[in-house]
Write a new protein. Structure first.
Length: 349
C-alpha cells in the first residue's frame, strides 16, 4: 500500500523542519512527501529545497487557504492512503508502520484510521487526546459501528493522526467548501456519513499547543469565526439528510444562532438566516425566543447577547462548580441549498 504524506503550509519555515524530519525518521518510510506551499512569503519553498532536495516534493500555489492546499495535495498524491501532517506538529517514529499494519487488516468500507496524539503545551507533554476526551478502545484495532460517535462531541480522528483513503476524499469532493478553518471538522463528518472509522490505541504523533504558535494557529483563530459555524451547519445538515434527524436538528439550530450572533456583532444579520435554524425542525422554546429577537434585526440579537452575557456573569459569581461548554467537530460537503449569506471570508491562517 502506498502512503502519501502531505504537509500544507503557510509561512511556517521555522517549524517545518521538525515536521519533515519526523516523516523522514519513520521506521517504515512513506512513499512520498508533498509540501503544499500556500503562497508563503518567508522563503519556505527555498528553505525546504536547500535542506531536503529530492526527498521532498514542493508544490507552490497562490495563497488560497488551508482547504485549497489540502485539496491540491490530494490531487498531487499517488498513494492509496493520505497521511496529513500540520507544519507545526510531528509524527512518532512508528506512526507509519502502526497505521499501515491497521490498514492491512480493515475491510474496504473503513475509510479512516486514526491513532492517539500526545498533547504538548508550555508545561510539556502530560496528556493525550484520548485521555483528555475519554476515548477508551476495547481492542488493538477497533472498528466503530457508528462513525459519528468519534466525530461528536469531539473529533478524535485529527487529520495529522490519521490514514484516509485517497479515493474517498476524491469521490466525496472533500475540502471544497471554501472554508479557511474547520475544514477538518467538515471532512470528518463528510466521510463518517458514508464510511466506517477505525482506531488504534498507540500515540502516533505530537500535537503542539504551545503559546508561540497561538498567533498563527487555525485552531485558535478559527474558534467561533464565520467558518466555525458554517462548517458545523454543513456537517449537521449532512447527518440530518442522511436520515438521522434528532438531536442533530437542534444542534443545527444552535450553530445557526451562533452565526447570527457573530454577524450581529459585526454589523448585520439577515432575518432569513435567523429562520434558517428551523430548516430541519429543531424547534425549541429558546429557538422561538431567539427568532422573536431576530425579527427586530441586529438590535434584537445584540440585546439577546447582552442578556446572555449578564446571565453568565451572574452565574459565575454564584458559589458551586461551573459547567463547561463542549463544542463538537467536523465537516460536510458543500450544501448549496443552505440559504446562508457567506459574506467575506477572512484569512486567518
Amino acid at each position: 500500500m502506498k502512503v502519501s504524506a502531505i504537509i500544507p503550509t503557510y509561512n511556517r519555515k521555522d517549524y517545518l523542519r521538525r515536521a519533515v524530519d519526523s516523516i523522514l525518521s519513520q521506521t517504515v518510510p512513506v512513499d512520498e512527501i508533498i509540501i503544499i506551499d500556500d503562497g508563503s512569503t518567508d522563503g519556505t519553498s527555498e528553505a525546504v529545497a536547500a535542506l531536503y532536495g529530492s526527498q521532498v516534493r514542493v508544490v507552490r500555489q497562490k495563497n488560497a487557504g488551508v482547504s485549497a492546499a489540502r485539496r491540491r495535495g490530494i490531487a498531487e498524491a499517488r498513494g492509496e492512503w493520505i497521511a496529513f501532517l500540520d507544519s507545526d506538529d510531528e509524527w512518532t517514529p512508528e506512526r507509519n508502520a502502526q497505521l499501515l499494519s491497521a490498514a492491512n487488516r480493515v475491510p474496504d468500507d473503513v475509510a479512516w484510521i486514526f491513532g492517539d496524539m500526545l498533547v504538548v503545551t508550555d508545561e510539556g507533554a502530560k496528556t493525550t487526546l484520548y485521555g483528555e476526551h475519554g476515548l477508551v478502545l476495547k481492542k488493538e484495532l477497533e472498528i466503530f459501528a457508528d462513525a459519528l460517535s468519534v466525530q461528536f462531541p469531539f473529533q478524535f480522528g485529527l487529520l495529522q493522526a490519521s490514514f484516509i483513503r485517497r479515493c474517498v476524499l476524491v469521490d466525496l469532493d472533500c475540502f471544497n467548501a471554501g472554508l479557511r478553518s474547520s475544514e477538518d471538522l467538515l471532512t470528518g463528518f463528510q466521510v463518517a456519513c458514508h464510511h466506517r472509522y477505525a482506531a488504534i490505541p498507540q500515540v502516533v504523533g505530537k500535537y503542539y499547543r504551545t503559546s508561540e504558535l497561538g498567533v498563527a494557529s487555525l485552531t485558535t483563530n478559527g474558534v467561533h469565526g464565520h467558518d466555525y459555524f458554517r462548517a458545523r451547519m454543513l456537517a449537521f445538515a449532512m447527518v440530518i439528510e442522511s436520515g438521522q434527524e434528532g438531536p442533530w436538528n437542534l444542534r443545527y439550530a444552535g450553530e445557526t444562532q451562533g452565526l447570527c450572533k457573530l454577524l450581529a456583532t459585526e454589523g448585520a444579520v439577515s432575518r432569513s438566516l435567523v429562520f434558517e435554524q428551523f430548516r430541519y425542525g429543531g424547534v425549541s422554546a429558546k429557538g422561538i425566543a431567539f427568532a422573536i429577537a431576530g425579527m427586530l434585526g441586529r438590535r434584537g440579537i445584540l440585546a439577546w447577547n447582552a442578556v446572555a452575557e449578564a446571565r453568565r456573569e451572574y452565574a459565575s459569581r454564584k458559589p458551586g462548580p461551573g459547567v463547561a461548554a463542549t463544542y463538537g467537530p467536523c465537516v460536510a460537503e458543500p450544501a448549496n441549498r443552505l440559504s446562508i449569506d457567506r459574506g467575506e471570508v477572512h484569512h486567518i491562517r
